[in-house]
Design a protein around this ligand. Structure first.
Ligand SMILES: Cc1cc2nc3c(=O)[nH]c(=O)nc-3n(C[C@H](O)[C@H](O)[C@H](O)COP(=O)(O)OP(=O)(O)OC[C@H]3O[C@@H](n4cnc5c(N)ncnc54)[C@H](O)[C@@H]3O)c2cc1C
Length: 383
């Protein structure tokens, strides 16, 4: 069902010991700080964990998405979703757009240092006035000599304040999807200001609003063709949706294990909670749903790695894995009773972290529209 080989198992082992040593002991501290430290990117870069799917010419490993899957599954073991979210926004979402659309010069400037963990990337698409409807973004880039002058705003951007560069979706042409480009904006560009947002979950990942006020960026920072950005963004979504599927499935396993342990040890009315049939059945249902979600996800990854058209299958994977995670989270929190509502309880944190899964990288409603469009039920939507 899955495509993990012995090489992946070895990769998993080295990641596991790294996460146990360098990540898990600090996860709660990073939740309080609202970000993962830059030093983590450097440590991951030194070990070659940031360029898993990036080209060997720039220091990457040139592997396939199964290796990214291992990376996410192992980072998730730290118990803080914000950690893999921050790392993926950098090592997958942002840098992959440079790999696909960047000139050799741009790749030299950004990919090598990003893979080494010396600089941090973010992907800026969502705006205060345009989220699901990417084709209606309004942040404008106007050509002026050898520069673009950018004005507008982005919001909900992962790594927004800690990033050194943002691969940014801008309007360079007319209205609609045919007027959008992707441009690399260095974070120290005059006129760019950033504000961290306060979230209700995924606290260890930094999420921010970005404001562009006459930001001058060289035209050489354009990724791919001018006005060709929409297609690049849509292609990127396939990987992003698999990343979210993997995060959701790993989170479900963690929550289910916590629920089982609590159900075995917590006593009520003179017996363990799992001695009540209702809880055995609810956890059996949760396990069944988790297995179904993983099967759907592994099918999506398999098709993606083979290069088969799989937008609908990946949408099904993201839709089912994330919606199932929310309902499994509810069951696993419920068995924890009042403790699930306490800040000190990891289960409570895992529950609230699930709530963003059905929003980021395409909401459940938008994914249903894609599935409907791909199966002839309705016109295909943009995201
Ligand atoms: C923690 C977090 C991290 C994020 N990181 C990033 C990032 O790094 N970069 C980035 O660019 N963005 C990021 N986002 C933004 C995310 O991609 C958007 O929130 C998402 O695409 C939805 O857009 P929106 O919030 O504007 O909601 P809207 O598009 O305003 O949607 C609001 C509601 O309307 C529904 N809706 C919209 N269109 C339809 C339709 N056609 N049919 C039926 N219902 C519809 C939606 O499903 C949703 O329920 C992040 C978001 C979160 C929460």
């Amino acid at each position: 069902m899955h495509g993990f080989t012995e090489d992946h198992d070895q990769f998993r082992q080295s990641l596991r010991s790294f996460v146990e040593r360098e990540v898990t002991p600090h996860a709660v501290e990073w939740e309080h700080e609202g970000q993962v430290p830059r030093a983590l990117f450097k440590k991951l870069g030194d070990l070659g964990f940031l360029g898993v799917r990036l080209p060997t010419d720039y220091g990457g490993a040139g592997l396939d998405f199964w290796s990214t899957a291992v990376l996410i599954q192992e980072l998730m073991q730290c118990g803080s979703v914000g950690v893999p979210v921050a790392i993926m926004a950098h090592a997958e979402f942002s840098t992959k757009t440079i790999e696909f659309g960047g000139t050799d010069e741009l790749k030299d400037k950004y990919l090598g240092p990003a893979i080494a963990g010396e600089v941090i990337g973010a992907l800026g698409v969502t705006e205060p006035g345009a989220g699901s409807d990417v084709a209606s973004i309004s942040t404008k880039a106007v050509r002026d000599g050898d520069d673009y002058v950018i004005n507008g705003a982005k919001t909900f951007i992962t790594n927004g304040t800690i990033s050194d560069f943002i691969t940014t979706a801008v309007r360079t042409g007319g209205p609609g999807h045919g007027g959008i480009s992707l441009i690399v904006v260095p974070a120290d560009t005059p006129g760019l200001t950033r504000r961290r947002l306060q979230k209700i979950g995924t606290h260890s990942s930094d999420t921010a609003e970005l404001f562009f006020d006459d930001c001058r960026v060289p035209v050489t920072n354009l990724l791919g063709q001018e006005n060709g950005g929409f297609k690049q963004i849509m292609q990127g979504f396939e990987g992003e949706r698999l990343v979210l599927s993997l995060i959701a499935c790993a989170q479900m396993r963690l929550m289910w294990n916590a629920a089982r342990e609590h159900g075995q040890t917590r006593k009520a009315f003179g017996q363990s909670l799992l001695d009540f049939q209702v809880w055995r059945h609810r956890l059996a249902d949760a396990l069944t749903s988790m297995e179904a979600a993983e099967a759907l996800m592994y099918r999506g990854i398999d098709m993606y790695v083979r290069g088969e058209p799989c937008a609908a299958e990946i949408s099904m994977s993201k839709l089912f894995c994330t919606e199932t995670a929310v309902s499994v989270a509810r069951e696993c929190a419920q068995i924890h009773g009042g403790m699930s509502h306490m800040e000190e309880c990891q289960m409570g944190r895992m529950y609230r972290d699930c709530l963003a899964f059905t929003i980021g990288a395409g909401t459940s409603e938008v994914l249903r529209e894609i599935i409907a469009g791909a199966t002839g039920l309705s016109p295909e939507r943009s995201r």
